[in-house]
Design a protein around this ligand. Sequence first.
Ligand code: TXA
Ligand code: MG
Length: 348
Amino acid sequence: MSLAAGIIQEGGLVAFPTETVYGIGASAYNNQAVKQIYIVKNRSTSDPIIVHIARIEQLGEVASEVPSIAFELAENFWPGPLTLVLKRNKNVAKYVSAGLDTVAVRMSRHHVPLQIINLSKTPIAAPSANLFTRPSSTIAQHVIDDLYGKIDLIIDGGICEIGLESTVLDLTNKIPTILRPGGTPIEMLREKIPDITYSDKFIDAMHGEGMPSPGMLSKHYSPKTQFVIFSGGSPIALDNLRKIIVYLLANHKQIGLLLPDEELSFFADLPIQIQNLGPKEDMSQIAQNLFVGIRSLDKANLNVIIMRSVDKKGLGVAIWDRLSRASGQKVFNLDNEVDVADYRWIID
Ligand code: TXA
Ligand code: MG
């Protein structure tokens, strides 16, 4: 770990595991090093980066104002998958905040970043260790696939415990607002702070599901392969999905399918590549397997990857968000009878 700390102190870049996803870190005080993160990720410099700390006392080093609610949340949810957006301390490298007067801070519960931060004696700015728009990395091989040769060190810590990024909570407005759902579900946060809400943008996205035509909206966390999500809890939904898959197969398409264990038998006889994600009710397991499953199918030269959506509760909200964005908002409900020809665009 001292090797990693030395690299950070000298302005280098280190990829490391966290409990959420792998991060790619630089000293939060070194503007050039932080700039280099944007370059290797091919990330827009208008998208700010999270600063990782190892002790609650370090909050004062990176934030200029720390309201009592931040301490309350930190005491209850740190170390863990919760990021707090606060007013920025000017010590923090400019590139971290992408021109904003705020800074996002989190304390991971993974021993590797905690040790590197302590040994290097510097907070570490670290976004997820993936190329811009690609799914986050949840095993070291993903980091190698995206960033090998561009950074100084990759620390292999096995598969990330949670598999989804942290929840980003903005505390700079009157009402604490979730900007990105993540590893700490809103239900848990509301037990401590009842008035926490989602950003309007996210609420709009949640209601935007349904029409069988592809959206042209922003993509993030995406595989290279076309990615389409189908929701619906009724038996009809599974029948409809089977019909759509059979239609795609009849048109000579190579298909990958991600689904919960319980639905496996329904598709097992079809000549498609299946990745099961875990039991339907076990959102933790589905979350952990999600990016591994997507990235593995993405390497299989398929025409389309299809996934069954999840219930939007608990961790399911963050899973749904990643699916919606990875697919470019191609999330369609199959609870009513469908005409497979409405899905012809998947072939074209
Ligand atoms: O779990 C995680 O959060 C992982 C691990 C490595 O810690 N990190 C991560 O970083 O997901 P990244 O850069 O991929 O996503 C950070 C998110 C982005 O959506 C960014 O816009 C938002 O946090 N963010 C960062 N600083 C912000 C700020 N000052 N105000 C608002 N949003 C901010
Ligand atoms: Mg990211």
